[in-house]
Design a protein around this ligand. Structure first.
Ligand SMILES: Nc1ncnc2c1ncn2[C@@H]1O[C@H](COP(=O)(O)OP(=O)(O)OP(=O)(O)O)[C@@H](O)[C@H]1O
Ligand SMILES: [Mg+2]
Length: 233
């Protein structure tokens, strides 16, 4: 399988001087197309920090990070890109799913799903995007919530709307930070089944930070973080 992300000897610190906190300490990993990986580790072990780096939200680290670009048909070094190129790469490659869904409360579910298109940086065909958004909502079984506000949905429904939003631009790598942390066991299972289906059918890679052993066990690989490194794989 093609490697789509390569992290090599990543070091990340917060603060300076005596207050310096070393969070990622010579951390290396590869992510390939179709990977379905769980990341575990105690609170404060650097999981969200790692996702932010992989997701191109944080470029303040040392070490090498390369991400595949289908547009460029090769590995690129995000650090070398200008902001506009970085946004294009993020839109092309990355989708985020968070524990608390992060839906905008004043927008309808449909508007939330369409939102990534407005940050796209290049011309998008609005009709096509809207058709895709609706199709994703149907696939995730929330099409009937199209005009509802997020506050009118259950937790599982909100998460499915958030997943539809994450998938709108067909990213190749989905980064999930405790995606089932606010959901009951049954709903968690259905969200994981949905991820698995997308992974199988579209060869998307999933990196799922989770404290839930059931979720981790449903992944193909578990990375345990300890002191900023991989403790066990
Ligand atoms: N912006 C920041 N400034 C300073 N320190 C930070 C910042 N963000 C995170 N940290 C610190 O870095 C460490 C790792 O944080 P991170 O959020 O990556 O942990 P985590 O593994 O995601 O934890 P949790 O399971 O609780 O979400 C923690 O000690 C945290 O306090
Ligand atoms: Mg975290």
């Amino acid at each position: 399988m093609k490697t789509i992300a390569h992290l090599n000897h990543i070091r990340k610190t917060y603060g300076t001087g005596e207050a310096v906190l070393s969070v990622l300490n010579d951390f290396s990993m590869e992510i390939a197309e179709g990977d379905f990986v769980a990341i575990q580790g105690r609170s404060g072990s650097g999981k969200t920090t790692l996702l932010n780096i992989i997701g191109l939200l944080d470029s303040d680290f040392s070490g090498d990070y390369e991400l595949f670009s289908y547009r460029e048909n090769g590995m690129v070094v995000p650090r070398n890109l200008r902001d506009s190129a970085l946004s294009l790469l993020r839109n092309e490659m990355i989708g985020f799913v968070f524990q608390h869904f992060n839906l905008l409360e004043h927008m309808t579910c449909f508007e939330n799903v369409c939102l990534p298109a407005s940050f796209c940086g290049h011309d998008v065909d609005l009709k096509q995007i809207e058709a895709k958004a609706y199709d994703l909502m149907k696939r995730l079984d929330v099409a009937d919530k199209r005009d509802a506000l997020p506050s009118q949905l259950s937790g599982g429904q909100k998460q499915r709307v958030a997943i539809a939003r994450a998938l709108l631009l067909s990213p190749k790598l989905i980064l999930c930070d405790e995606p089932t942390g606010a959901l009951d066991v049954e709903t968690s299972r259905s969200i994981m089944a949905c991820f698995r289906e997308l992974c199988r059918r579209e060869n998307m890679a999933f990196v799922i930070v989770t404290h839930d052993q059931g979720v981790a066990d449903a992944c193909d690989r578990i990375i345990k973080m300890e002191a900023g490194r991989i403790a066990q794989q």
